[in-house]
Structures are given as C-alpha cells and as structure tokens.
Design a protein around this ligand. Structure first.
Ligand SMILES: Cc1cc2nc3c(=O)[nH]c(=O)nc-3n(C[C@H](O)[C@H](O)[C@H](O)COP(=O)(O)OP(=O)(O)OC[C@H]3O[C@@H](n4cnc5c(N)ncnc54)[C@H](O)[C@@H]3O)c2cc1C
Length: 409
C-alpha cells in the first residue's frame, strides 16, 4: 500500500530519491534531527518485497542498524564465527576465526528483504514524509535549491529541497550536472539460493575440515575462489546462503536446472568440503557490474549507497559502505542543519567518504580480477598469499578490522 500524506509539502530540507535500504537508513538516521525530509520510493509494495539475496554485515553495520532501531526486529540473524577462504584446484587457504581477532563474531548474515521490511515498518511510524509508488522522473538544481518532478497515483507532482539525495542505485545520475558515472560490466552473474548440506563442518588446525553428521552450518562462511569467479556459502539459520558467481550464459543454464541437477552441479563446482548438498531453495540471478560516480556530490545534490558505488558482492561490502554513506551524511546534516546542501557541507561529506569508498571499491575490484582467472602465475601467487595470510595473525587482524569497520578499521 502507498502511504497517503495529505499534508505533503512542496519544500523540504532534504528529498531522498530511492527508498532502498540505504535511502531508508538515511531517512531513519535523520529522525528528530530538526530537518524536514521527503523520501520517495518508486516501488509500490515494499512490505511485500521478496529479494532472496543474503547480506553479510560487519559489526560496524550492526551498530548502525541498532541505533536506527531496526536490528532487534530482524527475524533471522546468523553470526559468522569463522571464515574459510580457499582456492579451487590450487594450494593455499586461510582460516579466520572470531577468537583470533578477539571479537564475538566476524560479521552477521541477514536477509535483504528482512532489513528492507524492518526499515519500512520503522519509517511508517515516524515523522518523515514517505511515499511509495512515487517515481522521480526529472531533477535539476540551482544554487538555492534542487527541484524534482515525480509521478504518484497517476499525477505529476513537484517538490523542492535544499539538498537532493540520490539513493536510487544510480538510475538518475545522468541527470546530475558535473557527475560522471563509470561502469564496468564484469560479464558475471551471481546466482543466489538457500542450500542445505548433509554435514556440519568443524574447522581444525591449519584450515582442514572434519565433518559431523548434522545439517547445521556451525557459523562457518566459505569463500572459494575459482577461475569462473568466487563462490560463497554463508551460514544462514540452519542452512547456507549461496552466492555463486558464473558467466551470464552459465547463469541462465543454472537457473533453469531442476533442484537435483542444480545441487550436483554446485557440488562439482564447490567440492566435497560440506559433503552432499541435499536441499536447494528458490534461485535468483543478479547481473554484476562495477558502477561508481565521481564526484559523489554536485550542486545541491549528494549520492549515497549503490548510486555512489555499486560493487561486486565478492567481499560483501556494498550495503556496509552504503550504510556508512547514509550515517555520515546524516551526521553532517544534523551537526549544522542550517548548512544543509551548501557547498562547504557537501565538501565535508565528500571528504569524509572518499577514503572508505575508494578503498572498498579498489579492494573488491582487485579481488575479482586477481581471483577470477586461470593464469598459472597468478594462481600460484594467490595460493602463496592465502598461505602467508594464514600464518600472520597481525595481517589477519588488519583484514578483519578493515572488513568490520571500513577504512577507519
Ligand atoms: C547477489 C548480491 C549479494 C550481495 N551481498 C552483499 C553482502 O553480503 N553485503 C553487503 O554489504 N552488500 C551486498 N550486496 C550489495 C547490496 O545488496 C547493495 O549494496 C544494497 O542493496 C544497495 O542498496 P541501495 O539502497 O543503495 O540501492 P538499491 O537497493 O538499488 O535501491 C534503490 C531504490 O531506489 C528506487 N528507485 C530507483 N529509481 C527511482 C526513481 N526514479 N524514483 C524513486 N525511486 C527510485 C528503487 O526502486 C530501489 O528501491 C549484494 C548484492 C548482490 C547483487
């Protein structure tokens, strides 16, 4: 259902375009911050959204979601206590445990649609003007304000704000003067599904595995690099959430297989680490591109989340980065509401996000390029790198903190 706001204004301090998880996080972070906010989401029924992708969240993201009041209502949160990284068909592996790093969990796996619904519910209860089924079609900016046109209930409407925030996944970036969108198509798709295995792993010593006969996942996340791309099995409830990177043509084949043939193909690809794979849930496919905007601000406009950077899911960084975009933008606005959207405020936001965003992007893109090929020399370097990381506790702690808290980790 769309939320009817009979008191909708024409002028706001901020208009957020796109009510995906990052746009919603920003609106929630601005609650009670002394600024008026309009959030517009094109999709009509967010509470019914089914998006089967799993999200691996860092500890830092958990803290943000707790502060937004949307962590507790999540129905299904699985802590990651061990990460097992390996290289198919080569030597070298590394195992990172929460104990090694001295934290209760290395991260958490949640469902995309759960966080989406939890935020949607929280927004319906607060002072933000929130319209669903509202598609922004045009935007422009002058020195004093940003103006938008949007379609809602078949009617064209207009509104202005001191700051337009694009949280639309990058769909309207071309309309922002002075911002360039860089796009690289990885020629890969991610196939996601829930998977149950026959065995539960127990990690031993230097990354070897022993199995117990139980269907539980024991908090272990597997990231396995193969020449076609990485395959991840993340612990999720009593099963695993699969993110399997394949070529576009293989994705179509895999999506069309029946469950039994799919499980055999996945087992052949992933190996016998988890024993027999016995159950598969609904499968979905996502095309993978790297997309990023430079700069992430323009006259009376700021870009956050996937609109600022859309990353390959290999390192599970996209939403974590987007949440930090939203949190830090809200912090800038609340610190000086009168300066919302002025060049100095936008420069501060851009400066705060530069390091985190670019290191997240370069790290993720390098992983894809380094690990998605069958070059013999690179394969040996990968193996050596994983083995070296396994022997260096300081390096492991560095990588883990980087994944948990971003560049400031
Ligand atoms: C397979 C897969 C696995 C992933 N795993 C992880 C992970 O483990 N960890 C992690 O951190 N990240 C992960 N990600 C990335 C993560 O899903 C995204 O970074 C995150 O969903 C981005 O959210 P967003 O709100 O910025 O953008 P989107 O989710 O793209 O939301 C944009 C919203 O804007 C709306 N919109 C678009 N145009 C308009 C318009 N004109 N008017 C109004 N509304 C509009 C859309 O309807 C949409 O709701 C994964 C991604 C994939 C594909």
């Amino acid at each position: 259902m769309t939320q009817e706001k009979t008191t909708l204004k024409h002028e706001y301090d901020l208009i957020i375009i796109g009510g995906g998880p990052v746009g919603m996080a920003l609106a929630l972070a601005l609650r009670g911050g002394g600024v008026s906010v309009l959030l517009l989401e094109a999709r009509g029924l967010p509470e019914k959204t089914e998006d089967s992708r799993p999200l691996a969240l860092s500890h830092g993201s958990r803290l943000i979601l707790e502060r937004l009041g949307v962590w507790k209502p999540l129905p299904d949160v699985t802590p990651i206590t061990t990460i097992h990284i390996s290289n198919r068909g080569g030597f070298g592996r590394t195992v990172m445990t929460a104990d090694d790093i001295g934290v209760p969990a290395l991260g958490y796996v949640i469902n995309h649609h759960d966080v989406f619904r939890s935020m949607h519910k929280a927004l319906k209860k607060c002072d933000v003007d929130y319209l669903t089924g509202a598609q922004v079609t045009r935007l422009e900016a002058s020195l004093e304000s940003g103006q938008i046109e949007f379609q809602h209930d078949g009617v064209m409407k207009k509104a202005t704000a001191r700051l337009l925030v694009l949280a639309d996944g990058g769909r309207l970036t071309a309309q922002i003067e002075g911002v360039t969108q860089h796009v690289h198509d990885y020629q890969q798709w991610a196939v996601v599904a829930r998977i149950k295995s026959e065995c539960s792993p127990k990690i031993t010593g230097r990354g070897g595995s022993e199995f117990t006969r139980s269907p539980a996942q024991a908090g272990v996340a597997y990231e396995r690099f193969t020449p076609d791309g990485p395959v991840a099995l993340l612990p999720s409830g009593d099963s695993f959430a699969l993110v399997w990177t394949v070529s576009p043509s293989a994705a179509q084949e895999i999506l069309a297989l029946d469950d039994a043939a799919f499980l055999v193909r996945l087992h052949d690809h992933f190996g016998d680490r988890l024993g027999k794979l016995v159950e598969a849930g609904k499968r979905s496919g996502f095309p993978l591109t790297l997309k990023y905007a430079t700069p992430v601000t323009a006259c009376r406009a700021a870009l956050i989340g996937n609109a600022a950077q859309t990353l390959h899911p290999v390192a599970g960084q996209g939403f974590n980065l987007g949440l930090r975009d939203a949190w830090e933008l809200a912090d800038e606005v609340i610190a000086a509401p009168a300066e919302t959207g002025v060049p100095a405020m936008l420069a501060r936001y851009r400066h705060r996000r530069r390091m985190d965003s670019s290191t997240g992007r370069v790290f993720t893109d390098s992983l894809v390029k380094l690990f998605s090929n069958d070059d013999f020399v690179l394969g040996s370097m990968r193996g050596m790198g994983l083995s070296a990381l396994d022997c260096l506790p300081q390096a492991k702690r560095f990588v883990a903190r980087r994944m948990m808290f971003g560049a400031r980790g």
